[in-house]
Design a binder for this molecule. Structure first.
Ligand code: PLP
Length: 448
């Protein structure tokens, strides 16, 4: 008789790993494959690399493991879901978990935003939100409202909608067939203000550019404006106080929907459940992903106001109201991970904890201001961007060098262009903050 052993995938073993076939995303594949850095295990604030190094994770993986690595309760919830209901469709059918997760999510969203559409990623959330905005106006008979407005240096993922409203040239240039009818507002990174600590008073003047676009095109052609409350991927660009309020006033006045892309700023990153809560500005739609499942299982969500939902669902003729969705929208395994994650956030008070650590974090990261090559530092909540002067001819070279040297010293950071981006798990201790900053200080002083 033969017994079937469960397959072992040797998660932590590099034996027999062939690097050729996996085409890595947003990666210099040729360089990486000559100098591979493989992570093989993770727990709490640390990764373990294939050469046995312990790495302090100052990036929450990729802005996503907000509750720290290897949370047993999430693993148990995932295992239970896989064993009980591995998959169930949510097209014209249902199962309890996404309904429960949607109810829990609604509790931590701004008042009035409580209708949840599930996706599998931040990119899908961005495109879903944009389509929702178009469907909203269509359902109300405003069929000339098709224009979508984003921002320079905005990042809304890599699908065509998000790419088109996004404002990172490198991501866009190669792909000519983008969504039509898109405009971009300026980003909020002022050249004059350097070493800004946290939120600083300002005015909404940059937001008034929206009035210029309205004057140009007519409000009756504009469907939505999408912004990250704090731009993350472009290098931590914190808007002046008043900016988002002003955007809200202008959009409301002209019947334009306001979408906050909170894929990074959601789930405690800024010391509140959402950037909307932190800034005291309620948009019509919020996009989420990353921290929703603590990154254990891919999942995103789009949370809409009841007004947006009802206009589409109540206002459409009989039949399917929103011709949109994914096979895996509300996947049981992801929903189970999401429920367990929200429970951890709630029970451990992690959003408030991030807010409480923010002052210590700000002091620590700004202590690097006098290090060589540092031209700017910005922070908010448990996020920081440390901008380095570009090395002649090779933008990004210095930050990449810091990334490599930090890795060798047991610190994982993220380098994006000339900016070192830090976004540690919300469970970080004061000593670990000092360790991150101490290592960076040493590296910056030694940098050529
Ligand atoms: N939107 C924002 C604001 C992001 O920061 C990201 C990813 O970093 C995305 C969307 C895309 O998310 P994903 O990579 O899950 O598609």
């Amino acid at each position: 008789t033969q017994t079937t052993q469960p397959a072992s995938f040797d998660v932590a073993s590099t034996a027999g790993v062939d690097l050729d076939h996996f085409w890595m995303p947003f990666t210099n594949n040729r360089y990486f494959k000559d100098n591979p850095r493989l992570l093989v295990a993770a727990e709490g604030m640390y990764y373990t690399s294939s050469d046995g190094r312990r790495l302090l994770d100052s990036t929450s993986g990729l802005w996503c493991v907000n509750a720290g690595h290897g949370r047993a309760a999430i693993g148990a919830a995932v295992a239970e879901a896989v064993g009980t209901l591995d998959f169930a469709p949510t097209f014209q059918l249902g199962h309890p978990l996404p309904f429960r997760l949607a109810s829990e999510l609604a509790k931590i969203m701004p008042a009035g935003l409580d209708r949840v559409f599930f996706t599998n990623s931040g990119s899908e959330s961005a495109d879903t939100a944009l389509k929702m905005a178009l469907a909203y106006h269509h359902a109300r008979g405003d069929q000339t409202r098709f224009r979508l407005i984003g921002r320079q240096r905005g990042y809304h993922g890599t699908n065509f909608g998000g790419l088109s409203v996004g404002g990172l040239g490198g991501n866009r240039r190669r792909f000519v067939s983008q969504v039509w009818g898109v405009d971009h507002l300026s980003h909020t990174q002022g050249q004059a203000v350097r070493f800004q600590r946290g939120l600083q008073p300002g005015n909404g003047a940059l937001a008034d550019e929206l009035e210029d676009l309205i004057a140009l095109h007519g409000a009756e052609t504009i469907a939505a404006v999408i912004v990250e409350p704090m731009a993350g991927s472009a290098g931590v660009l914190v808007p002046p106080q008043g900016y988002l309020q002003r955007l809200r006033e202008i959009t409301r006045k002209h019947g334009i929907l306001l979408i906050f892309d909170e894929v990074i700023t959601g789930f405690g990153r800024l010391g509140a459940a959402t950037g909307a809560e932190l800034f005291g500005v309620t948009p019509d739609i919020i996009t989420l992903a990353k921290g929703l499942t603590n990154a254990t299982v891919p999942m995103g969500a789009v949370v809409a106001s009841r007004e947006v939902h009802d206009a589409i669902v109540e206002g459409s003729p009989e039949g399917i109201e929103f011709y949109h969705g994914y096979t895996y929208s509300g996947h049981p395994v992801a929903a189970a991970a999401g429920l367990a994650t929200l429970q951890i956030y709630r029970e451990e008070g992690l959003f408030a904890r991030a807010g409480a650590m923010a002052a210590k974090w700000e002091e620590a990261v700004h202590s690097l201001a006098d290090c060589p090559h540092v031209v700017d530092i910005r922070n908010l909540g448990l996020v920081a961007g440390i901008e380095l002067a570009p090395r002649d001819g090779t933008p990004g070279a210095r930050a990449t060098e810091v990334f490599q040297k930090a890795f060798d010293r047991g610190l994982l950071i993220r380098a994006t262009g000339d900016i070192i981006a830090l976004s540690p798990p919300l469970i970080i201790s004061g000593d670990q903050i000092d360790e991150i900053v101490g290592t960076l200080r040493t590296l910056l002083k030694d940098l050529a």
